[in-house]
Design a protein around this ligand. Structure first.
Ligand code: SF4
Length: 394
């Protein structure tokens, strides 16, 4: 870290020896190791938060980014049966659905600037059907940035077409795709994969696909699904592998820790605690010296924890997410569809400056620090809830 780039980190006085050691390592231009990352989970959460917030402030000042977006889940029919997934249905199930062109086009609200498209691996759909989803969305609003299809879906398209990832990604880009979301990574542990998502691609394939995308100039995000059967060491190992990928082939906008929603999966009795959420966010901010943002994904964290996380290293709050189905199926507790004003209010409430962006992190609007006199329209920020909230694991 240069002296200028480390103003907030260098001025911190920390008491905990482990967190102070991490601060020293960062100031000396080093990066945190796997062992340090694991040990930091035993450090006091507030000390961790102070250091992670300083790192975020040195990168972004007080700015916190969000997008006015919608999640489009064109079908929940899926040929796989991941144990942690409450969303997917088999064809013929009474709750299975597949959206029509009209429904997909109607989903493109003129007010949104980003559409996030993920869904099931449909037993009858061809690659062309998925390309059409992107085309229809882009035709409905050409200025919309389209972030679509996880590495799991890209791998599925490769198998459908018998082509490689570069060919599939090029066709998607021609159809209108701008970026890849970060889902489907779950946790890079073969042990966990065998136990709860053995049919799904593993770490190597996920990373191969994102590396290919970055090499083609298609940016992406990266997620971690935590709070189920993984260990803290596996969580940190996941972050280190992603950090190495970013070294080899840069292109991640954000790292997104996703709190597992137990729903009716029976995998764990309850969601990870807010302390565990905040530690995971803070430690990821300290480990990722090469990824611009750590995201506080409010849909899974719940709005209160997500707001607090903005002082624990997170510099992005995802989006307003009009309609989403995946986490709703997993009984996510957070309010449904934060409207733009509520998002701005939540960021200000955390003492930060709201910045609206699109999927490519182009700034659309910077908001002033203070609320207008008649603001706080929703009191607790839960006012304009438009539809189903959910937790997207893929
Ligand atoms: S997590 Fe994705 S791939 Fe697995 S069952 Fe659910 S929708 Fe299908």
């Amino acid at each position: 870290m240069s002296a200028h780039a480390s103003r907030h980190v260098s001025s911190l006085k920390l008491r905990d020896p482990e967190v102070a050691g991490a601060q020293r390592a960062l100031l000396e231009g080093g990066r945190l190791t796997q062992e340090q990352g694991v040990r930091l989970f035993d450090a006091p959460v507030l000390e961790l938060g102070r250091l992670a917030d300083a790192v975020a402030r040195d990168r972004h000042g007080a700015r916190v980014y969000f997008t006015v977006n919608r999640q489009l889940n064109p079908t929940n029919v899926c040929v796989l049966s991941c144990r942690f997934c409450d969303y997917a249905k088999k064809a013929g199930d009474p709750d299975a659905y597949t959206m029509t062109k009209e429904q997909i086009v109607a989903h493109v609200d003129p007010a949104i600037t980003e559409n996030h498209i993920v869904g099931g691996l449909h037993n009858k759909w061809r690659f062309e059907d998925y390309l059409n989803v992107v085309r229809w969305v882009k035709e409905a609003k050409p200025s919309l940035s389209v972030k679509a299809f996880t590495a799991v879906e890209i791998d599925f398209f490769c198998r459908l077409t018998k082509r490689d990832a570069a060919w599939v990604l090029e066709r998607l880009r021609e159809a209108g795709l701008d970026a890849l979301p970060g889902g489907g990574a779950e946790v890079f542990s073969e042990r966990v994969r065998r136990e709860i998502f053995h049919q799904k691609i593993g770490a190597q394939r996920w990373m191969e696909i994102h590396e290919t995308a970055h090499g083609m100039g298609i940016p992406s995000n990266a997620t971690l699904l935590y709070g189920h059967i993984e260990t803290r060491a596996e969580r940190v190992q996941h972050m280190i592998l992603l950090r190495e990928l970013e070294d080899r082939s840069p292109g991640f906008f954000a790292f997104i820790p996703l709190a597992f929603q137990p729903g009716t999966t029976g995998l764990v009795r309850r969601q990870a605690s807010a302390i565990e959420d905040l530690k995971t966010i803070a430690i990821s901010r300290l480990l990722f010296d090469n990824v611009p943002h750590v995201k506080s994904y409010w849909v899974m964290l719940g709005q209160d924890t997500a707001g607090v996380a903005l002082n624990f290293g997170a510099s992005d709050m995802d989006g307003t997410i009009g309609v989403e189905k995946i986490a709703h199926a997993a009984l996510a507790r957070s309010p449904v569809g934060l409207a733009e004003e509520a998002m701005v209010h939540a960021i200000r409430e955390a003492g930060k400056l709201p910045v609206q962006r699109d999927a490519l992190y182009r700034v659309i609007r910077e908001y002033p620090r203070a609320e207008p006199a008649a603001a706080a329209p929703h009191g607790d920020g839960r006012g304009e809830q438009t539809a189903a909230a959910s937790a997207v694991t893929r």
